[in-house]
Write a protein that binds this ligand. Structure first.
Ligand code: FE2
Ligand code: FE2
Length: 199
């Protein structure tokens, strides 16, 4: 389903800080991703990335935008080129001379699939949020009240239930939290109210 990238350097240092606009990012997404659920997944992860950059790291508006775009584009090639996920989007971003940190974050969002280890804070948080965001969204869809009243302990229960969202790798989520040095509960508590804003 995915291809190992066989390299660890992405983009060019001189392109640091060069980022497409939100409109350009959405154009790319609309061209490449027709499945509204997959688009929603990317917008949710993007929002979480931006909130983390803003609230936890107090980064500038420009950096918040970089974090947002890493989330927004991380699965952009999944629907059209499942066998080339995520090398196709990396090529596109390199071609457009996008910020190398964004490209590295996308390249390392599935270390067991793409063979690239998350290094930067951006890399690690994309890895942390990706699958966990999906699991929490799946949980919201089975709750009649959606995100309203959702509690960390409810998510943890689903997390431990192997049959629930069975395709979500619990091992990878736990590994991501360890890498980022964050307790799972803390990340879940961060996600719930913010993801509810993009549901
Ligand atoms: Fe992915
Ligand atoms: Fe994803």
């Amino acid at each position: 389903m995915s291809r190992r990238l066989e390299r660890s350097v992405f983009g060019r240092p001189e392109d640091a800080g060069k980022v497409m606009t939100l409109e350009e990012g959405m154009d790319l997404l609309n061209q490449w991703v027709k499945n509204p659920r997959l688009q929603l997944h990317m917008r949710q992860v993007a929002h979480l990335m931006k909130c983390w950059a803003a609230e936890r790291l107090q980064l500038s508006a420009a950096d918040q935008h970089r974090w947002y775009m890493a989330g927004l584009l991380h699965d952009a090639d999944w629907e059209k080129w499942p066998d080339a996920h995520c090398s196709r989007i990396i090529e596109e971003l390199e071609h457009r001379h996008q910020d190398p940190e964004i490209i590295h974050a996308i390249a390392s969002h599935g270390p067991h699939h793409f063979g690239v280890i998350p290094v930067s804070a951006m890399d690690k948080m994309l890895y942390v949020f990706d699958e966990l965001s999906g699991l929490i969204h799946a949980y919201s869809l089975m709750r009649p009240e959606g995100y309203t009243g959702m509690e960390v302990k409810g998510v943890l229960k689903r997390f431990k239930e192997k049959k629930f969202a069975a395709n979500v790798s619990r091992e990878e989520i736990l590994e991501a939290c360890t890498l980022a040095e964050l307790p799972l509960e803390e990340v879940i508590a961060f996600i719930i109210p913010r993801q509810a804003q993009v549901a």
